[in-house]
Ligand binder design. Structure first.
Ligand code: ADP
Ligand code: MG
Length: 351
């Protein structure tokens, strides 16, 4: 059974349409990530599920029951907000233990559970402090600990890792993933970070201007982006996108020529990921130009080529070296996917 269902749900703030009518089914036990740039309606969607925002039109179903008018406290949801929402007069321990206290758990079991949870998020040394005595990242971890201290029906997390430093973010990401594996609680997770979405999600809903433009597994989103927006948003460095035309079974653009399986047409955008290109010296070159920049990332080198209007990036071997402005050629690695999109609509046109 679907745990959370949005059926033709719409949100207006006065005249402003923040989330146009849309439907979304979140399966029981799923880790669904809402991914999109700032202002695309992620928080609004989440707040509607939480009951913190009125739904203008449509139905919100939780575990098969219409929940539009159910107060937040009756939804059995635990939330982590972007802005923490901690109680300033309580210590860290009291903040984390509050949901347990509300449910009448005795002091001793509560303390044990709080300590165990605090250890998971590396807060056990700060249990006696108050929120005002913590850094932003520490406050965020308190909010996270308070959400995971008990097992609700649904977790709602709004950019819960955004204020942590890079190292802790990666640790916490793994912690969240493990926690989800352990508890199997239906989770809706909001982020603008595509890496976070790809690593955590069972499915990703990519949003743009209030709309879900693609809902798929991370693998599918990566290998078969539905449109140019998704293609450009997922992957780092992002997919190379080149405008051109298809003629005689080849995609052609200045400095670029490669075989494709699509009918002849104009107004095409070809996409190829940096990791799907390799440096070549034989006659198989699909892209040729001058070396524009080399960036060593540690395990590989990002190689950027330019030819007048076209700029293409490839991920090459870490030991690759060549002088800037040297002529350079690239070819797709055997068997990789070349993506084709309609320039006007942005929609994918290959199979
Ligand atoms: N209370 C509000 N009143 C009016 N407009 C709002 C309100 N909250 C959000 N919005 C607008 O709705 C859109 C979506 O916002 P939000 O859901 O917060 O985006 P995201 O979380 O994806 O960054 C934005 O254009 C934002 O300015
Ligand atoms: Mg937001």
């Amino acid at each position: 059974m679907a745990e959370v269902q949005l059926v033709d749900v719409e949100k207006r703030y006065g005249e402003f349409l923040a989330v146009p009518k849309q439907s979304l089914t979140i399966e029981e036990g799923e880790f669904l990530v809402l991914l999109g740039p700032s202002g695309c309606g992620k928080t609004t969607t989440m707040r509607m599920i939480a009951g913190l925002e009125d739904i203008t039109a449509g139905d919100l179903m939780i575990a098969g029951e219409r929940a539009n008018d159910k107060p937040p406290k009756d939804r059995d949801i635990a939330m982590v907000f972007q802005n923490y929402g901690l109680y300033p007069h309580m210590t860290v321990a009291e903040n984390i233990g509050y949901p347990l206290k509300l449910r009448g758990m005795d002091r001793k079991s509560r303390d044990a559970r709080v300590l165990e949870t605090a250890q998971k998020v590396e807060l056990d040394a700060l249990l006696k402090r108050r929120p005002s005595e913590l850094s932003g990242g520490q406050r965020q971890r308190v909010a996270l600990a308070r959400a995971i201290v008990r097992t609700p029906k649904i977790f709602l997390m709004d950019e819960p890792l955004s204020n942590l430093d890079a190292k802790l973010r990666v640790t916490m990401r793994a912690e969240l993933k493990h926690l989800h594996h352990e508890l199997g609680v239906t989770t809706v997770y909001v982020t603008h970070d595509q890496m976070e979405a790809m690593t955590l999600a069972s499915r990703v809903a990519v949003m743009r201007e209030g709309r879900i433009v693609q809902l798929d597994t991370p693998k599918k989103i990566y290998s078969e982006p539905a449109d140019l927006f998704v293609a450009g948003f997922i992957g780092s460095p992002s997919m190379n996108l080149v405008e051109g035309r298809i003629t005689g079974g080849r995609f052609e653009a200045p400095g670029v020529s490669l075989p494709v399986t699509a009918a002849d047409r104009d107004g095409v955008v070809m996409g190829v990921r940096p990791e799907d290109l390799q440096l070549t010296t034989d006659g198989s070159a699909a892209v040729s130009g001058k070396l524009y920049a080399l960036e060593l990332t540690g395990d590989s080198t990002l190689v950027t080529l330019r030819d007048r209007t076209t700029s293409i990036c490839a991920r090459g071997p870490a030991d690759f070296e060549a002088p800037i402005d040297a002529p350079c050629s690239l070819a797709p690695k055997p068997g990789v996917r070349i993506h084709l999109f309609d320039k006007t609509s942005g929609q994918r046109i290959d199979g």
